[in-house]
Design a protein around this ligand. Structure first.
Ligand SMILES: Cc1cc2nc3c(=O)[nH]c(=O)nc-3n(C[C@H](O)[C@H](O)[C@H](O)COP(=O)(O)O)c2cc1C
Length: 198
């Protein structure tokens, strides 16, 4: 591979790592507004702009959601061929102390129109934009997928719909946001194959 310059954007991309341990230092309103704006400026298929963000700041609301998520996983059977992260969620729920959002002070739930073929792709662009803006501001973030897995769970839907998730929307992912004391080590990437055809 040719030599390349690490400019500001590439530096932010290369330095971002998922944060799973948050401290009490608040994310400012200004930082949050910029992070959400980065999500809103993401590209969308056909410029459909149907990504919807529900920004959960209220601690009680997030605590109730945590309990509902744990209960939902408690009802699931474990099987060997399950996706490892899903197995982990079930195991931790059975231990009785599962915080799917790592107790982050802010959780942004990202939804999109049900049946829209680019729902996940558009939401992923928005989530990545928010993660990169957060990194550029020194704020930690982590993609949280449990609410996507529990999109059809009646208790989760009954809780999230009055908070803004539309009946006609599917939950595509979520973002945990907050400050951290220690950042996860940034190791060089070794995966992902690239073939150039010149
Ligand atoms: C689609 C997707 C789903 C993810 N879901 C979760 C999740 O539910 N919980 C979690 O802790 N991390 C989740 N992650 C974060 C990945 O584990 C993480 O990006 C990966 O291990 C690479 O580490 P890095 O983000 O620190 O570079 C998810 C990432 C993606 C892209």
């Amino acid at each position: 591979m040719a030599e390349y310059k690490v400019n500001e954007v590439l530096g932010v991309i290369m330095n971002r790592r998922s944060t799973r341990k948050f401290n009490d230092h608040p994310v400012t309103e200004e930082q949050l507004a910029a992070i959400v704006e980065a999500g809103r400026y993401a590209p969308t298929g056909g410029n459909s702009q149907s990504v919807h963000f529900v920004v959960m700041i209220n601690a009680e609301v997030r605590e109730k959601l945590r309990v509902l998520v744990q209960n939902a996983f408690l009802h699931m059977e474990l099987s060997d061929d399950m996706y490892s992260s899903l197995k982990n969620s079930i195991r931790l729920s059975r231990e009785g102390n599962y915080a799917f959002d790592y107790h982050a002070p802010i959780l942004i739930v990202v939804s999109n129109r049900r049946g829209y073929p680019n729902a996940i792709a558009d939401s992923a662009c928005a989530l990545q934009n928010m993660m990169l803006e957060a990194e550029s501001l020194g704020v930690g973030s982590c993609w949280i997928n449990q609410l996507h897995w529990l999109d059809e769970d009646p208790d989760i839907r009954a809780y999230l719909e009055p908070l803004g998730i539309g009946e006609d929307e599917t939950i595509c992912g979520a973002l945990a946001l907050g400050n951290y004391d220690t950042k996860q080590e940034v190791k060089p990437r070794t995966g992902m194959k690239v073939d150039y055809v010149r």
